[in-house]
Ligand binder design. Structure first.
Ligand code: MG
Length: 174
């Protein structure tokens, strides 16, 4: 059961996710988290680096959908200037938003990668829906109230997996 929390890949940040490498794996679409994945949870707008990352994905024909558990105002204000597709109040790890994104992108399961900073929402949801999952290190260590609780559980799962040799990487917050 805990294997559902195990990401297929772990990278320091989205900037380590390269469209050529995705394409080599047959990936043609990405469903990415917003808060602490693309920017810090309390930063309203995309940075120049994030804008370039979206352009790079677009140049290589990789579709990107932002799926966030945050509210409409937050997600819309961030996504619209990027011209990016978005789903707010996604209720990850539930599969509904993931399936909606898949349908909108018109891709097969094995053509989609899910990117996010949380095991309990992004990785669990992505794995359950049958997508390739990529965990990134959260951009900042501060979090909203509910995320703080998730982080505690997450740390225990990561430690459990590490003890069993399922993961070898260490996060700077652990
Ligand atoms: Mg997040």
């Amino acid at each position: 059961m805990l294997n559902k929390f195990l990401p297929d890949e772990h990278v320091p940040s989205v900037f380590d996710i390269d469209p050529e490498q995705l394409k080599a794996k047959g990936i043609r679409g990405v469903i990415t988290d917003l808060d602490n994945t693309l920017v810090a949870w309390d930063v309203p707008d995309a940075t120049e680096d994030i804008k370039r990352w979206f352009e790079k994905m677009d140049d290589h024909g990789i579709q990107v959908t932002i799926a966030s558990n945050n509210n409409e105002t937050r997600v819309k204000l961030f996504s619209e200037p990027l011209d990016a597709s978005f789903i707010y109040s996604a209720r990850k790890p539930l599969s509904k938003a993931f399936k909606k994104a898949q349908k909108q992108m018109n891709l097969n399961k094995d053509e989609i990668a899910v990117i996010g900073d949380q095991l309990l929402t992004d990785v669990l949801g992505g794995n359950s829906a049958g997508f390739h999952t990529i965990l990134v290190v959260p951009i900042v260590q501060t979090d909203g109230f509910f995320t703080k609780i998730n982080r505690k559980i997450e740390r225990r799962i990561l430690n459990w997996m590490r003890r069993r040799g399922k993961i070898t990487w260490q996060r700077r917050d652990q």
